[in-house]
Design a protein around this ligand. Sequence first.
Ligand code: THU
Length: 142
Amino acid sequence: MTPEQLVSMAKEAMTHAYAPYSGYQVGAALLCADGSVYCGCNIENASFTPTVCAERTAFFKALYDGHRDFTAIAVCGGKDGVITSQFPPCGVCRQVMREFCEDDFILYLIGPEGFETVTLSQILPYSFSAKTHMSQPREEGR
Ligand code: THU
């Protein structure tokens, strides 16, 4: 799986968005350590708060299927599905990534012309994580 392939899967995932309120369609493609890919889109709600982001949709699908090791995620978004700028993950999604990913987890932030490659530690410095801040870190594989 090349970065370019993951990027194109994220762009396809955008088209699955349910975003009648904001009009922003967001797509994510999550690469697991075993090479499998899980895609996600944002799913909005009339009550707003239940809205879930594309990144978390992808993560939760993969987690449900038993995946715990992740390599990279490609993300894109834009009004009516048109990418005019990068669409970096929100703070809640970054914290979900922190739970399961290492500092070197890669993010491909897709823009109108190509993509930028960043790591989780770059976009979430001084983070709170189970490994360093909880007395009973999660068991490996659980
Ligand atoms: N959104 C995502 O899907 N991912 C993010 O990281 C940021 C925001 C969605 C949520 C909502 O449906 C729309 O973008 C506008 O906030």
